[in-house]
Design a protein around this ligand. Structure first.
Ligand code: WTA
Length: 656
């Protein structure tokens, strides 16, 4: 790669020559093909990539838009697509390499993985799990997590993976909303060199309102002491030994749900994003091939936890669907020191490595010269996801980890999109640090205003996807109305509601897209989406809090952190002198209600909040104040415009 005009980094000739998409003309050819004959494009891809049990009769059904249906009439099974179909050519190829934090490792060939999945599927059946039932998975990063997910897919159960860092309360909410029949968990695992626990959180979650859950299945991992409730709790490791390694895959319709994954929105509780079988797996596979240019010889590693969409699509489903070798790592990047990941890249000869800007910034800050101590020559493509990457972090990653030759694919997408939407292609796109560049072929991403007019160069607008795509969200579990309101009510084009992502963005002179961040009340802390409404309703549980407003402010490592403006009760015994203590108490509440990822870093006690006359809190103004920026918004329509100045003075006094 060379540093060329406009600070763009061009792909190396050597890489491009062997890549699937070799240059930008090939990219545009594909893009135009999708535009000119949209349905035919997707039809060809679906026929080429998926092993169908029976063919689909309709590519796209838009009759009930925005409830789109793809590949209707077709039947398949996602576990078959990820496992059985590889038996002819990749039976003995490594599917999963696993490394535990304490250094233990395991290898699953495709054949072994298929057998384990079948055994787990048979076990799930014994627990009474049938097609369409929901199974909550609250697990660490170990191979059994992938096995259970694929076992659910095999029998047609819908899994809902809950990130292991969520609190018992948050877990309970998700169990209840999904009406799960079974919870699969582990005793715990290892993190930062010590055991940590998961099963006690399940016990606590199930203490109330979870009558739907009949059984709990426990994978033994760290062998710490846990409680057992006879008749409810069962040990996976013992039962699995008795199961047959054969299990016929359930015949699933294209639109049958594969999983739910809860994510935060601007209002209310987290929503259960629904993903279907065929469209999701098609795009997971296609994007692995295009964006990581995955090949049979690759050793691929995505560091995301399986509790997030990135872990679903790019640690498990995507790599397995294309027959790749994927690494699963249990622990933290800094144990026993900040060379852990680089050591693993060297040892496993990782060729494609996908991680988050927060991890990059953390490792950069921790030990900037560490990567140089390892042989990272195997790396061919690097990827980032989940939040904007600042040019500084990009440069360090590019030069020190990728040795100034591995392209970085800055992939923009969301839980709702199922897979990548806007990203460079490693052999074709000239890279621009901090820009996700261009939409993938078949993805009609545009920056528009509410009426659908496309924004000019440098103008901020709404990042929308104006045509449906196969791996798109199919709905919000149990709430059809919220699906339409959340995604299809902000922008229209040609009179038709289009998908709005919640992100703002702008075009540069090359048509490259740069994401400016959420325009709604969602904060992105260390790449994790947190709804400010969730935080506010949790801290309202503190007896001294009258009301609050939470916004995101810039943080050099985590991208954003939470800043809370809190109005205390008039009769509250806590005064400003005890504010440190109150902050601690509020964070204790957040840890219980949500989990340690939701932590207020900065707090300001204020006599009031800026509100419109209809009582809506103007978070945008608070965000401006918290960031120390000049207030440009019109504040004349506020109920009490003086409060803005009062708050601005308080923040200024704090900073000084
Ligand atoms: C943000 C994660 C800038 C964005 C896959 C989006 C990004 C939200 C990028 C989705 C990126 C994701 N550059 N921002 N490359 N990728 N985001 O659902 O705000 O956890 O709306 O999915 O992360 O987060 P989610």
């Amino acid at each position: 790669m060379q540093h060329k005009n406009q600070n763009l980094f061009k792909p190396s000739k050597e890489f491009s020559r062997n890549a699937r998409i070799k240059n930008i003309c090939e990219y545009y050819d594909l893009w135009n093909e999708a535009e000119e004959n949209f349905e035919q494009f997707w039809k060809n891809k679906a026929l080429e990539k998926i092993t169908w049990f029976s063919p689909f009769s309709k590519v796209l059904n838009q009759d009930n838009a925005p409830f789109y249906k793809w590949f209707e009439g077709g039947t398949l099974n996602v576990s078959y697509q990820c496992l059985d179909r590889h038996m002819k050519t990749r039976r003995n190829k490594v599917a999963i390499m696993f490394e535990g934090e304490m250094g233990d490792f395991e290898v699953y060939t495709y054949r072994r993985l298929l057998h384990e999945v079948c055994k787990a599927a048979n076990l799930l059946k014994k627990f009474g799990i049938e097609k369409g039932d929901r199974v909550v998975i609250y697990m660490p990063m170990i191979p059994e997590t992938a096995i259970i997910m694929l076992a659910c897919a095999r029998i047609g159960a819908i899994h809902s993976v809950v990130f292991g860092g969520f609190s018992p309360e948050a877990l309970r909410d998700r169990i209840i909303d999904a009406k799960a029949k079974l919870v699969v968990t582990a005793d715990g695992a290892f993190r930062r060199g010590k055991p940590y626990m998961l099963k006690p959180a399940v016990d606590e979650a199930l203490e109330k309102d979870c009558e739907c859950v009949k059984k709990v299945l426990i994978v033994i991992r760290n062998k710490e002491q846990i409680d057992y409730i006879p008749g409810r709790d069962y040990i996976y490791n013992e039962l699995i030994k008795n199961e047959s390694y054969k299990c016929e895959p359930e015949i699933m319709d294209s639109e049958d749900l594969l999983f739910l994954l809860y994510t935060s929105g601007s209002t209310g509780k987290p929503k259960g994003v629904m993903h279907s079988s065929a469209g999701y797996i098609l795009w997971a596979q296609m994007t692995m091939e295009w964006v990581f240019d995955i090949k049979d010889m690759d050793n691929y590693w995505c560091s995301a936890d399986v509790g997030w969409i990135t872990g679903h699509t790019y640690s498990i489903y995507g790599p397995l669907a294309c027959g790749a070798t994927t690494l699963i790592y249990e622990g933290t990047p800094t144990y026993p020191n900040s060379g852990r990941w680089w050591r693993m890249i060297e040892e496993y000869q990782i060729s494609k490595f996908y991680t988050s800007p927060t991890a990059i910034r953390m490792l950069h800050a921790d030990s900037p010269n560490e990567p140089k101590k390892y042989d990272l020559e195997s790396l061919e493509v690097l990827g980032t996801v989940g939040e904007p990457i600042n040019p500084n972090a990009w440069k360090w990653f590019y030069e020190n980890v990728g040795n100034s030759k591995a392209p970085i694919v800055d992939t923009w997408w969301q839980t709702e999109t199922g897979g990548h939407m806007i990203t460079p292609l490693p052999g074709a796109t000239a890279l621009k640090p901090g820009s996700a560049t261009l939409p993938l072929p078949g993805i009609f991403a545009q920056i528009i205003d509410e009426e659908g007019n496309i924004k000019g160069v440098g103008e901020d607008g709404l990042l929308c996807i104006v045509k449906p795509w196969p791996s798109m969200i199919r709905g919000i579990w149990g709430d059809e109305k919220r699906y339409v309101e959340s995604y299809f009510s902000q922008a229209k084009q040609n009179g038709k509601a289009v998908y709005f992502s919640g992100d703002g963005a702008f075009y540069d002179e090359n048509g490259y897209i740069t994401i400016t961040g959420r325009t709604d009340d969602v904060v992105n802390v260390a790449g994790h989406r947190i709804g400010t409404a969730e935080i506010e309703s949790a801290i309202a549980k503190h007896s001294s809090v009258a009301e609050s407003a939470v916004v995101g402010v810039e943080d050099s490592i985590k991208g954003e952190t939470l800043f809370a403006f809190v109005v205390l009760n008039r009769d509250s015994s806590c005064d400003l002198g005890s504010s440190v203590e109150t902050l601690k108490e509020l964070n204790d509440i957040l840890r219980v209600e949500i989990g340690p990822i939701a932590k207020i870093e900065k707090i300001l006690y204020t006599p009031g909040l800026p509100k419109t006359r209809s009582g809506k809190i103007m978070r945008r103004i608070l965000r401006t104040i918290a960031r120390g920026e000049e207030i440009k918004q019109d504040i004349s329509t506020l109920e009490d415009s003086h409060i803005v100045q009062t708050i601005a003075n308080l923040v200024k006094a704090e900073i000084e």
